[in-house]
Ligand binder design. Structure first.
Ligand code: 8OZ
Length: 377
């Protein structure tokens, strides 16, 4: 008779175990985080992008789930040059080439739905108009236009009667993502973009139904997720939050814990597939502002995906302890297409060249070698 296995061996999950995320069956818990790379000239994805995502898609060597780079839901939602859109038939057809390439490798890919709000420039806006936000206050941040990072333009405050149109744009983009063959969508509600510009009282000083207290400030995000989940299915819908990240000039809410707990409590009836948390400052310090992520998680029943500066050891520990269901890696996936394999086999990570993060061609994009032996896929 075999000895009874140690209970810890049977109950503690590993980063390399499968995971159900809503309706998706991930073969491992390594997620590729969304990464803006500005390689979609005229906002339409290219064949080179299909190669890049396919290189990271095989779950035996890459990610169990890829989240696409942030993709604007409308012309107004664009804030940087050459970021892809997900609202026109040309974009849908081009994204279809990407999702087919990912699926051919046995991978899964979600589309990140993005409206930048005030993080934009008039030169990128339809008709050269002002970017929009919850409030007419200029962001102390920069956006890429004509190959340079330049100051954001002064925004105008959206009128209340424009907000149903923004919700409809998200719904349309979610429909487009499904038509393009994505497996899921992730609503980008992090990093100082439009949805966070409505959430936080550091910026949203509106009176009326879309501002003021917690109900008003969480209304746009709630309506967006209702509409998106209606199109994509709640089992294929997630969201990204960054509760205490101050980036893009947004600063902190006066009560982040109460705000974000209100967000997830209000979204609970939707039974969303996953929540993706940027812990701390995006791309920076993880612990500058205290925040109780465990308390936040108690309001959410779906898969809990964590992100921001995770090392191999931190990721293994987080999943083993049950503090997270999956771990998302961003920058490490740039120079390590086979990051999943390197994590599993404890191989060192290559460093990425910052000069080629945004814009350009294959160099610094599809030319980082894998060290994993090639699989049959
Ligand atoms: C880096 C450069 C431009 C955009 C984010 C979509 O921070 C971004 C982004 C990152 O979420």
């Amino acid at each position: 008779m075999n000895p009874a296995p140690h209970p810890a061996q049977t109950t503690r999950p590993s980063l390399f175990d499968p995971l159900m995320v809503g309706e998706l069956h991930l073969q491992n818990r390594v997620v590729m985080a969304p990464l803006t790379r500005n390689r979609a000239p005229g906002t339409v994805p290219t064949a080179m992008m299909a190669t890049y995502y396919a290189q990271r898609a095989d779950p035996a060597t890459g990610a169990g789930l890829i989240i696409s780079e942030a993709s604007q839901i409308s012309p107004q939602g664009q804030g940087y040059q050459d970021t892809p859109g997900i609202f026109s038939s040309d974009q849908v057809a081009a994204w279809r080439v990407v999702t087919d390439a990912v699926h051919q490798r046995g991978g899964l890919i979600a589309c990140q739905l993005w409206h930048v709000g005030r993080i934009s420039h008039e030169r990128l806006q339809p008709g050269g108009g002002q970017p929009v936000s919850s409030s007419a206050r200029t962001a102390a941040s920069r956006v890429m236009v004509d190959g340079e990072f330049i100051a954001c333009s002064p925004p105008r405050a959206l009128r209340d009667d424009e907000l149903p149109g923004i919700v409809a744009d998200y719904a349309h983009a979610a429909r487009c993502a499904m038509d393009a063959g994505f497996d899921a969508v992730e609503v980008h509600a992090a990093n100082g973009y439009l949805l966070e510009q409505f959430l936080r009282d550091s910026l949203n000083d509106r009176e009326g139904a879309w501002g003021g207290g917690l109900d008003g400030r969480t209304r746009l995000l709630t309506e967006v997720l209702q509409a998106v989940a209606h199109e994509a299915g709640s089992g294929r819908t997630g969201l990204r939050l960054s509760p205490v990240s101050p980036v893009n000039g947004l600063g902190q809410d006066s009560q982040p814990q109460a705000l974000y707990e209100h967000v997830l409590a209000r979204l609970a009836p939707l039974n969303l597939a996953f929540a993706h948390l940027v812990e701390g400052t995006t791309g920076g310090a993880r612990d500058e502002v205290p925040f109780d992520h465990a308390a936040l998680r108690r309001h959410f029943a779906g898969a809990w995906v964590v992100n921001n500066g995770y090392t191999r050891e931190m990721a293994l520990q987080a999943v083993e302890d049950g503090r997270a269901d999956a771990v998302a890696f961003g920058r490490p996936f740039i120079a390590n297409p086979d990051l999943g394999w390197r994590l599993r086999h404890q191989q060192p990570w290559a460093d990425a060249d910052r000069q080629t993060f945004y814009r350009g061609g294959e160099r610094g994009y599809t030319d980082y070698p894998a060290v994993a032996p090639t699989t049959s896929a």
